[in-house]
Ligand binder design. Structure first.
Ligand SMILES: NC(=O)c1ccc[n+]([C@@H]2O[C@H](COP(=O)([O-])OP(=O)(O)OC[C@H]3O[C@@H](n4cnc5c(N)ncnc54)[C@H](OP(=O)(O)O)[C@@H]3O)[C@@H](O)[C@H]2O)c1
Length: 269
């Protein structure tokens, strides 16, 4: 059986769904690919749990999911501790062939992602923030492991779920670019959340009610202002533009906010 070790940052809505899918597809992975994905470490904003030798049993993983679903922190777990340095977790738990998966919504993962790439591990991001920082950060995250001038080499990183909700948008873009096609324009509805809000408005519902509803159902970003202010869409546009080879920064993408400036200083609650 091929064992692939995983380290996961973030056990929010997306991280937990990712873990659940892996548990649900154990038989499929084994039958089809002779594959077992083994969790070595989980991290949330305050804590981490590590099992760097054997990896966690599925029973333990279920318990961790339950803890997070109930709003707990990994630091409270029997095997857990406080973490404020994700790179240290990669250092301790990582082993050859590890994939580090970033399901957080923070730039704070970047040093740990760099360390993982330096160690020749692979990196998968649902988190858009590291890819929308300075161009150099994007370049380093997306080109690690490629050979200069070789359009076929795949990098050590994947970031498919950052745009298009997991539809093969980035893979298609990369393939078009690699084959020499010139992309002149990308058009689309870049935010399911804004689509949801607009449909609600068309139905005559109150803006505040629709936003709360979308937040409760997990359709919005952790901070709904990232959706309503257009920042999340801007990040997606920037990731696609950079994928086309355009060297831009987030400040180059113009967006119009759907909430008044006065709300910018308030907390999410
Ligand atoms: N929702 C979607 O449909 C969707 C689609 C594509 C991509 N994404 C992206 O996926 C990411 C996760 O979204 P989500 O809805 O799951 O967010 P979420 O529910 O807020 O979860 C974020 C997770 O990251 C953890 N975290 C925050 N800071 C951390 C740090 N410094 N170190 C380690 N862990 C940290 C949080 O810890 P605590 O549990 O302690 O708070 C939480 O477990 C976001 O970047 C989002 O843009 C989401």
């Amino acid at each position: 059986m091929n064992e692939i070790p995983l380290i996961l940052f973030g056990l929010g809505g997306v991280g937990r769904s990712f873990v659940r899918q892996i548990l649900d597809l154990r038989d499929y992975h084994a039958d089809k690919y002779d594959l077992h994905l083994r969790f070595l470490a989980f991290c949330d904003s305050r804590g981490a749990v590590l099992e760097p030798t054997e990896g966690f049993s599925d029973q333990q993983v279920h318990e961790l999911l339950q803890l997070k679903e109930q709003g707990g922190s990994l630091s409270q777990h029997l095997l857990g501790g406080i973490q404020d340095d994700l790179a240290a977790i990669v250092d301790i738990a990582g082993q050859p062939g590890t994939i580090v998966v970033d399901c957080t919504a923070t730039e704070a993962t970047v040093p740990a992602l760099f360390l993982a790439l330096d160690r020749n591990y692979q990196v998968v991001l649902a988190n858009k923030k590291p890819l929308t920082m300075q161009q150099e950060v994007y370049d380093r995250l997306t080109r690690a492991g490629t050979t200069a001038g070789d359009p076929i080499t795949l990098s050590q990183s994947r970031w498919e779920t950052t745009v298009g909700a997991g539809l093969p948008v980035i893979a298609t873009l990369n393939r078009l670019v690699a084959s020499g096609d010139e992309i002149v324009r990308i058009a689309g509805a870049f935010s399911g959340t804004l689509g949801y809000v607009m449909t609600g408005l068309q139905e005559g519902r109150a803006f505040s009610e629709i936003v709360q509803d979308a937040y409760r159902q997990g359709y919005t970003e952790p901070d709904p202002r990232d959706d309503l202010g257009g920042v999340d869409v801007a990040r997606k546009a920037l990731i696609l533009a950079r994928g086309m080879g355009w060297r831009l920064d987030l400040s180059d993408v113009s967006v119009q906010s759907l909430y008044p400036e006065a709300l910018a200083e308030r907390t999410v609650d």
